[in-house]
Design a protein around this ligand. Structure first.
Ligand code: MEV
Length: 318
């Protein structure tokens, strides 16, 4: 396995990959300093960078966005995307007013809220820039160059991360899944404001501390069981994670952050044979994922979801 990880890491660097991510367990509870598990998916953004020689082409920064199209998303985020690309250039001391930079973004990761698309961009651009500049940089530096919070860490290193906010710096612990977990994830097509949803939960929590604490306790049982399952390893992990996803979804329903659209997609996936399913991220819209036993089931679940969700993708937690 160590050999395998090394080989994959060399490929990630050579192909300039930045992975997408989904919150596996722990959205919202993570706001109140409970640990969460964030899973990198296999779908990735891949960047190419060309640097101009003196005067061969005009200076400035050109970004060609050839990632899969999601209606509305890329245009809305174009400004932010250019800004974060500039920050990556800055990390490498590159001034596009002096030396022209052309970035081409490709890969199979469809940019949609909740999948960590922005971090995946930054990581893939950092890898491509390092290569174009002939710099041999390690993954910690890629991670720093792409700094966007937790998403960039999942995007750079892959695997599963235990993440926990503290009064000081957040804690990250890299974990490796013993087996890949095939998933289908789908977007409701609704983008909720994280600030608003988090604010609403905060209000409810202040009004009824006992209610919140009850849910937090239930969540911690899910988290502890998930962490134990990773440590124990083995094929049983897929089924355990699926059961825990179901439990975590119910907890999020009680926390009032799911919605009819998410619940419908979760039920549709389960009826089509998924082992388990949950919303992922902010909620009240956004994404859900379903854990599947194998490729055939993944196909059936994707088909069922395609009838209901505007966008559906097949990938795996790695
Ligand atoms: C949003 O993707 C995840 C939340 O837990 C908010 C946060 O942790 O900042 C809902």
């Amino acid at each position: 396995p160590e050999q395998e990880v090394k080989k994959r890491k060399a490929e990630d660097a050579a192909e300039h990959k930045g992975y997408g991510k989904l919150i596996l367990f722990g959205e919202h509870f993570v706001v109140y300093k409970k640990p969460a598990l964030v899973g990198a998916v296999k779908a990735a953004t891949v960047a190419e960078v060309e640097l101009s020689d003196e005067n061969t082409w005009s200076r400035g920064l050109i970004v060609e966005d050839a990632r899969p199209a999601i209606p509305g998303y890329k245009d809305k985020k174009a400004g932010e995307m250019i800004e974060s690309t500039r920050l990556v250039l800055k990390h490498f001391d590159l001034d596009s007013d002096k030396r022209g930079v052309k970035v081409i973004l490709k890969g199979d990761l469809a940019p949609v809220s909740g999948i960590g698309a922005s971090a995946a961009n930054c990581v893939s651009v950092a890898r491509a820039l390092a290569a174009a500049l002939g710099k041999d940089v390690d993954e910690d530096e890629i991670n720093q160059a792409a700094y966007e919070g937790i998403d960039n860490t999942a995007s750079t290193f892959g695997g599963v991360l235990r993440f926990q906010r503290t009064d000081g710096k957040p804690l990250f612990d890299k974990k490796k899944l013993p087996v890949e977990i095939p998933i289908v994830y789908a977007s409701t097509g609704i983008t909720a404001s994280t600030t608003e949803v988090v604010g609403d939960v905060r209000e409810k929590r202040e009004k009824d501390a006992a209610w919140y604490e009850g849910l937090e306790k239930e969540y911690m049982e899910v988290f502890d069981a998930a962490e134990k399952a990773i440590e124990e390893g083995g094929e049983g992990l897929v089924k355990t994670f699926a059961e825990l996803a179901n439990r975590n979804h119910e907890i999020l329903q009680k926390l009032s952050v799911s919605c009819k659209e998410l619940d419908d997609l979760v039920e549709t996936a389960k009826s089509a044979g998924a082992l388990g399913a949950k919303m992922s991220g902010t909620g009240r819209g956004g994404l859900m994922f379903a854990i599947c036993a194998d490729e055939a089931s993944q196909e059936a679940v994707a088909k069922a979801l395609e009838g209901k969700a505007p966008q559906v993708w097949k990938t795996a937690f790695q």
